[in-house]
Design a protein around this ligand. Sequence first.
Ligand code: FAD
Length: 556
Amino acid sequence: MANSRQKYVVVGAGPVGSLAALYAAKRGYQVEIYELRSDLRDPSTTPLNFTKSINLALSERGINAMRHADHEKLLQHVFSATIPMRGRMIHGRRPDGALYEAAQDYDAHGRVRYNMSLHLCCLAMSRKSLTVEQTIYAVDRAGLNKRLLDILDDMPNVKFFFNHKLTGADFQKRKAWFERRDQTATSDRPAEIEIDFDLMIGADGAHSAVRYHLMKFTRMNYNQEYIDTLWCEFQIKSRNLPNSQSIESRFRISPNHLHIWPGKAFMFIAIPSDDGSFTCTLFMPGVNFATLEANPSELPAFFDSHFPGVTSLIKPEELISSFQANPHLPLISIKCKPYHFSSSVVIVGDAAHAMVPFYGQGMNAGLEDVRILFSILDKHASTESNDPNRPEVSDAAFQRATALNEYSTLRVADAHAINDLALQNYIEMRASVLSRLYRVRKFLEEFLSVHVPSLGWHTQYSRVSFGNERYSEVVARSQHQGKVLTRGLLHASDQAGFEAHLNPLGVCYYFFTMSSPFNPYAEQHRDPKGPEDERPTAFQVLEDNKLLQAWPDKIV
Ligand code: FAD
């Protein structure tokens, strides 16, 4: 096979690097994987940045990238250890002090939503199909990574180099240098090794060394931002039951939801693990962390006031000990371009576009990078070079350079789009899930998606998490959809004088009657029961512009 003479070096054996290595190995290249840490499968290895492995939300893009890896057992392996999460479960406290849980299922075609009003329940119950089709999956990040490494281990053209840290690279000469960290140097085992390669794939995470060296070879635009939020891990333990009991009965809260305790400035989430426990994450501004670090004994009261019900799931003393033992880590958002130089290097995953975790897309986007990169490499591998100006460049290198250039051009727009969405989704997860306006838009988009499928409408979340459309197109469509929806409804409402009409759009008009609990204008501005001539027209709402500003762009 022609590819067998070419060497692809992957730096970083995280989930993205491992999948890239699998794609390259499947195409017959000689693959070498260099990883800073020791083998993750060695029980003594502590995962980078984490006290223990974290649970992630795996969704369609990540699954699709693994589907295209052309390895029959990969998805089987992965799904054997995932838990489907069919929606969000919002936790809170009612004004009368009672705790509540409210499910928001992801699947517009799915089961009855018991958090919505009677009207919505009636509509939902009239649907024929109650099966849930759209779901995300809780997966143990280290478990997924180990499965990929196991698969690579069985491939004859793959070599691992653990405990090797990239320290230098010359992308003109296609040479790189790695520091060996496993043992002290001897004359026959130098502390640093030099290697050569045809293509280096940099999948070495947010603080990528490949990206750092790439910057010396290309005019890279680079932007990094630490948001003013730190995160810390907690755990909801499984119920201590006899072994004869089913695993389902060990979960203290629904295993099939991503649990969110929203707060205006804070957020606590819980993702299920297959042993009946939940990995939880507290997201909070640095200043609040500092206050609680100084007075950790206040943590249980803080949780009671902001995340009601959590102290009945995690003992107060465990809350305090986890808060003190587990690191308080920052969240970084990185945008850069381009992602490549010539035919010799390309960066993928967090190395190219680390993002805040609020859309659950960081790893999914990284895995998707791999699928898209190799589809473009494959496309160009079959074209012949006829460039007379580059006689010294082999066909393969020429094709790769063209492919990498195309990849960078295509992918930058999408990576930037999901980076921005991830930041915006922090607002949605903390606060918008509680807003009526948010739920109205979600309902209307889902309603149109189910009942008028020819419109092709879906929520932005659904397009991001359950489809493979380019992220930049998702954003463009969603913004367009939001504008059409807002203008259409306001126009219709104005014409109807805010009265209900039972035609196909009647349900939409209904939401804009002044007595509707879903009327965002009534919610935000005036007494809906005021004298009729003092009520605003829809166009006044438009002029007021607040609704337009709030709706199409910020509420996703
Ligand atoms: P990494 O996982 O960072 O792997 C990089 C690898 O490179 C590491 O193994 C590292 O040791 C190695 N390396 C580093 N430097 C060098 C060097 N100089 N030489 C050699 N090797 C090196 N994503 C989702 O899709 N869904 C979620 O629900 C989700 N939740 C998240 C929650 C939190 C709290 C956080 C922080 C992130 C979350 N993410 C989520 C994002 C996800 O964790 C990352 O996007 C993903 O791990 C990136 O994978 P990667 O392989 O690109 O990089």
